[in-house]
Design a protein around this ligand. Structure first.
Ligand code: E4P
Length: 215
């Protein structure tokens, strides 16, 4: 199980790497826009230079040939870039073309088992089920993660399951228990994952006793 950061914020990425647990990054146009950044290529290249592992960057066109062209350009930005392609029929064709050229694809916006199955068969490197967005509409995103993991194991498909749209620490824990290879988490969720009030109380009590009796 690996943890990626779902962000375009450079200081969050640097801090996550310092903690020794973040090995990759996923971005999307919404996250880049949220940071007020306008040079998409420059942002992705900068993130790629900071992170040792993979950095997923989304295509921002929708037609098959245009996606293939843009995906090839994005793939040339850095050796660790992975191109995000949406889970559509056009996307499937794009994935199969890119896979033949050994260009790594993260099939994004995955909401069904069938999308994940076809993405893997087309040669996606990662498939990203969107856990939180499924929960938002009353489905169970973690059930989808588990179903995909089980099917990939059963049929020996090498595609990795990257649990995305993680909204809180319990999503991350559940994705790990379901067998996801990776969870991509917002920085705030990463920070919450180590928090427990009993840990804080315990630390305060040990320090107080040290001051009172032992120093
Ligand atoms: C990551 O690849 C996705 O773009 C991201 O996790 C989406 O998260 P959201 O549903 O919270 O926007």
């Amino acid at each position: 199980m690996r943890i990626f950061l779902d962000t375009a914020n450079i200081s969050e990425i640097r801090q996550g790497i310092k903690l020794g647990v973040v090995t990759g990054v996923t971005t999307n146009p919404s996250l880049v826009a949220k940071e007020g950044l306008t040079d998409y290529k420059a942002v992705v290249k900068q993130i790629c230079s900071i992170v040792l592992g993979s950095v997923s960057a989304e295509v921002v066109v929708n037609e098959t040939e245009a996606m293939i062209k843009q995906a090839r350009e994005i793939a040339a930005w850095a050796p660790n870039v992975v191109v995000k392609i949406p889970s559509t029929n056009q996307g499937l064709e794009v994935i199969s073309v890119l896979a033949k050229d050994n260009i790594k694809v993260n099939m994004t916006l995955c909401f069904t088992f069938n999308q994940a199955l076809l993405g893997a068969l087309a040669g996606a490197f990662y498939v990203s089920p969107f856990v939180g967005r499924l929960d938002d509409i009353g489905n169970d995103g973690i059930v989808l993660v588990k179903d995909i993991v089980d099917a990939y194991k059963k049929y020996d498909l090498k595609t990795e399951v990257l649990a995305a749209s993680i909204r809180h620490p319990e999503h991350c824990a559940a994705a790990a228990k379901a067998g996801a290879h990776i969870a991509t988490v917002p920085y705030q969720v990463l920070m919450q994952m180590m928090q427990h009030p009993l840990t804080d109380i315990g630390v305060a009590r040990f320090l107080a006793d040290w001051e009172r009796a032992l120093r």
